[in-house]
Design a protein around this ligand. Structure first.
Ligand code: GLN
Length: 187
C-alpha cells in the first residue's frame, strides 16, 4: 500500500487525509523532515502560501521538500500549487520550483474570492471544482500536461511525477483527483 504524507503545518490538510484514505492510501501527517522520509508521495494542501513558507523555513523543511520532490511524487493544491511553481507573482515569493508553471496569486480578485465551478478535464470528464482565493496558472513549460481547464485557464496540470490543482479537490464529493495521484505513485 502506498504511503502518502500530508503536509500538516497549516491549512486544509485533514480533508486530504480522508480523501486519500477513501481511495486506498496509507496516510500520515508530515511536520518534520523525519516524517517526510518514509513517504512515497506528499500532498501540500491549500492554505496561505506565505504563512506556509515561513513555517517551512522555521521547521527547516524547505530543502528536504525540494530533495523529496526530486525523487518522489508531490500533489499541491491551491497554496500547495503556489509553493511548487517555478515562478510566483502578486507578490513575487520564493517557491520550490518543482513544477514548471508561473502562477499569479489571488488572481480572481476580491469579488470572486471563492466559487464552485464546473471544469472540463482531459480523461476526467466534467468535475465540480471549489476555488478559494485561487491562483491562476499564467504559463506552463513544455513538459507540463494540462489535465483540466476552467474556461481557458489550466487548473489541473502535471509535470512528470508532480500534480498541481488551483482548486480544492478535497472539498468536493469526488475523489477522482486523489485517485489519479495515488495511481501515479503506485505506478
Ligand atoms: N490565496 C492563497 C495564497 O495565495 C491560496 C488560497 C488557498 O490555498 N485556498 O497562498
Amino acid at each position: 500500500m502506498a504511503h502518502i504524507g500530508v503536509l500538516a503545518l497549516q491549512g486544509d490538510y485533514e480533508k486530504h487525509s480522508r480523501s486519500l484514505a477513501r481511495v486506498g492510501a496509507q496516510t500520515s501527517e508530515v511536520r518534520t523532515a523525519a516524517e517526510l522520509e518514509p513517504c512515497d508521495g506528499l500532498v501540500i494542501p491549500g492554505g496561505e502560501s506565505t504563512s506556509m513558507l515561513k513555517l517551512l523555513d522555521r521547521e527547516g523543511l524547505f530543502e528536504p521538500l525540494r530533495r523529496f520532490g526530486a525523487r518522489k511524487f508531490i500533489f499541491g493544491t491551491c497554496a500547495g500549487a503556489i509553493l511548487l511553481a517555478t515562478r510566483v507573482e502578486n507578490p513575487e515569493q520564493p517557491s520550490l520550483g518543482l513544477v514548471d508553471i508561473a502562477v499569479r496569486r489571488n488572481a480572481y480578485g476580491r469579488q470572486l474570492d471563492s466559487r464552485v465551478a464546473s471544469i472540463a478535464g482531459v480523461g476526467f470528464g466534467s468535475m465540480e471544482a471549489v476555488f478559494i482565493r485561487a491562483p491562476i496558472i499564467l504559463s506552463t513549460g513544455p513538459a507540463v500536461r494540462v489535465l483540466a481547464r476552467y474556461g481557458n485557464d489550466p487548473v489541473l496540470v502535471e509535470d512528470g511525477r508532480h500534480v498541481v490543482s488551483t482548486f480544492h479537490p478535497e472539498l468536493s464529493n469526488d475523489d477522482r483527483v486523489h485517485a489519479y495521484f495515488l495511481k501515479k505513485v503506485t505506478g
